[in-house]
Design a protein around this ligand. Structure first.
Ligand SMILES: [Cu+2]
Length: 181
């Protein structure tokens, strides 16, 4: 059971890296041999970004994108990005997702008017996977609610501008974008 879940997660990662712009699907084999680091994709029990003490907090409201597939008409929610002494924490909280479905969100470097543009990278031009990018993996509940927090050990620059949510099963169909301000 667990092995199947990990395989699905790795597949989602590979598809995500390939579908989100000009990036090449990179180190999935490296991740497999090195073992899965669930912290790299989120942990719903982490301290939420909006309550991290002493943080520089940015947030934005999710807006449905034109590319959203059928079933996301009511998508809504919020993203928070906290820059703090231990790095960066990102939390997303969405409603109106397809129920019981895997979704992946990335911090992007562009405005929502350009559907978020490319992925934010701590080292531009480097690895397309965490920890060089900020990815969050979540599965919506039976009501279409999705929630996740991820922590990075480095402080994101202002190039971390938006958060975009994708269905794992249709990575090109960006669902919603929240611009961080
Ligand atoms: Cu993305």
């Amino acid at each position: 059971m667990k092995r199947r879940w990990i395989a699905a997660l790795i597949l989602g990662l590979a598809v995500g890296a390939a579908a989100c712009g000009s990036e090449v699907a990179a180190s999935t084999t490296g991740m497999m041999s090195g073992g899965m680091d669930t912290m790299a994709m989120g942990d719903a029990t982490l301290t939420r970004a909006d309550v991290v003490a002493g943080a520089d907090l940015a947030s934005g409201v999710f807006q449905r994108l034109e590319s959203a597939p059928v079933g996301y008409d009511a998508v809504a929610g919020r993203a928070w990005l906290a820059r703090h002494g231990a790095g960066t924490t990102v939390t997303i909280d969405l409603t109106g997702l397809l129920p019981n479905s895997p979704h992946i969100a990335h911090v992007h470097a562009g405005a929502c008017a350009e559907a978020g543009g490319p992925h934010f990278q701590f080292d531009p031009g480097g690895s397309t996977m965490p920890p060089n990018q900020i990815h969050l993996m979540l599965t919506s509940d039976s009501d279409g609610h999705g929630f996740m927090t991820v922590a990075s050990a480095r402080v994101a620059t202002r190039a971390a501008r938006s958060v975009v949510v994708h269905p794992v099963n249709a990575m090109d169909a960006k669902v919603a974008c929240a611009e961080l301000g």
